[in-house]
Design a protein around this ligand. Structure first.
Ligand SMILES: Cc1ncc(COP(=O)(O)O)c(C=O)c1O
Length: 447
């Protein structure tokens, strides 16, 4: 396994981008689609654990995990070993038409791990968006109903069904109409106080029943409610305790399916295998992707066995659940269970405690929130004005990159911290120290 050859981390030894990166960026500019959202010119060469080396030999501490994907860290030796072993045996034979053991092993593992005691079945995809598409199709098929409820601030992906379920940013939708019809968006509880104890009925849930079901969407036509247990791209918002149990009760009352999009929250990121476990809520369909195979392309829906009742040919995927990705996922799950889920919970607490200290020093940080290693801080206009400050967020993210700390934004002006779940206590301290230095320098320059 590649190590850092005793070099300190982070280590920035060229201008950024460096000369080799510059040459690649020029070609990227010429040939790649302009639709991607690269925030800084990082050209990666190698990765190990929570460290990325760029093509010019600079070392970065990675608090993005390739957008919350590399759960066990970059190139964990056990995941690499599983991939290499499987690649030498069978790379592809299409689980749509044939059988192979890694896919069956993984389906059983996921079915047993999913929240709740009722039997489950699994359908494999290549990505998060495809998992949402599968969830939407299955919900319509099983219920014979057409409508769906989703939330403002939600991000479910960029294919037509997933894009139509999303309610996050106009840029995701502008110019792409017509979208999938009969999807109704409602408010997601963000820091609201309406249902702070588990027994309370959440105001956002009440609004679905009292407004949406009375004015625009007869509940007997609603197939499913799609929800991220913690909104991801929308800003890492953790809902109040009554929200998800309230949604479950509402779904049960009207025969509606509850679909949990755990593409980002799943596979240990929040300190439990699935975020729904924090609220003891069993969804009818669970969508997963990002962390499942530590970076190999794989997604899945895990559904109640009696719900996954579609007939042969109604849904399938040539590549979904290919043997190499399935073996990577099996290795990932083992590592998550033995080490990294517990680490995510502990390192998340350490990180939030450090960010809260930073907030005490710089009250322009208007909020710190999250569960496990799905943590964010909001940046406001001033210590007394918490209105979103995307410019300050941009400055902090860019400066962090130049100092060797990889961060990403989310929501209107939040910075998200979603490192690999193998991140060490020392690496969390290093990130906090760097951030402290960056804030001190930034606010000294503004004074
Ligand atoms: C919650 C959630 N759902 C779905 C998706 C879409 O996943 P993919 O990019 O793999 O299609 C994402 C991606 O960021 C996500 O965060």
């Amino acid at each position: 396994m590649w190590q850092f050859e005793g070099r300190p981390i982070p280590l920035i030894q060229t201008a950024l981008p460096g000369p080799k990166a510059r040459a690649l960026l020029d070609r990227d500019q010429q040939y790649m689609s302009p639709s991607y959202t690269r925030v800084y010119p990082l050209v990666c060469a190698r990765g190990s654990g929570a460290v990325i080396e760029d093509v010019d030999g600079n070392l970065f501490l990675d608090f993005t995990a390739g957008i919350a994907v590399t759960a066990t860290g970059h190139c964990h030796p056990r995941v690499v070993e599983a991939i290499q072993d499987q690649a030498a045996k069978l790379i592809h034979m299409s689980g749509t038409d044939f059988y192979y053991q890694p896919q069956i092993d993984l389906a059983q593992r996921l079915a047993e791990l999913a929240p709740g005691t009722r039997p489950k079945r699994v359908f494999f995809t290549n990505s998060g968006a495809e998992a949402l598409e599968a969830g939407l199709k299955l919900a319509r098929w099983h219920t014979h109903r057409s409508r769906a409820i989703a939330f403002f601030g939600a991000f479910h992906g960029r294919t037509y069904g997933a894009m139509s379920l999303s309610g996050s940013k106009l840029v995701h939708r502008r110019g792409f109409s017509p979208l999938v019809p009969d999807i109704h968006h409602v408010a997601f509880p963000r820091g609201c106080q309406g249902c702070m104890t588990p027994g309370d009925v959440c105001t956002c849930v009440k609004q679905i029943e009292e407004t949406v079901f009375k004015r625009i969407a007869p509940p007997e036509e609603v197939a499913a409610i799609f929800v991220e247990p913690i909104q991801g791209e929308g800003g890492y918002h953790v809902p109040a305790p009554g929200f998800l149990p309230g949604l479950r009760a509402l779904c049960d009352k009207y025969g509606i399916l509850l679909v949990a999009d755990e593409v980002q929250t799943g596979m240990g990121r929040t300190g439990k295998m699935f975020a729904m476990e924090h609220w003891n809520v069993e969804p009818d369909i669970l969508c997963i992707a990002k962390g499942i195979a530590s970076g190999m392309p794989l997604g899945a829906i895990i559904a109640r066995g009696d719900v996954m009742d579609w007939p042969p040919g109604s849904h399938a995927s040539t590549f979904g659940g290919n043997p190499v990705s399935c073996r990577a996922a099996l290795a990932t799950i083992e590592l998550l269970q033995t080490e990294y889920i517990a680490n995510a919970a502990a390192r998340g607490e350490q990180l939030r405690a450090g960010l809260c200290q930073l907030r005490a020093e710089f009250p322009t940080i208007s909020d710190v929130r999250g569960l496990g290693l799905m943590t964010a801080m909001d940046l406001g206009k001033s210590p007394t004005d918490p209105a979103p400050n995307p410019d300050l967020r941009e400055t902090i993210v860019q400066t962090a990159f130049r100092r060797g700390l990889l961060l990403l934004g989310c929501g209107e002006s939040a910075i998200r911290f979603c490192p690999p779940l193998c991140i060490s206590a020392d690496q969390v301290d290093t990130a906090l120290r760097l951030l402290g230095d960056i804030f001190r320098a930034e606010f000294a320059a503004r004074a």
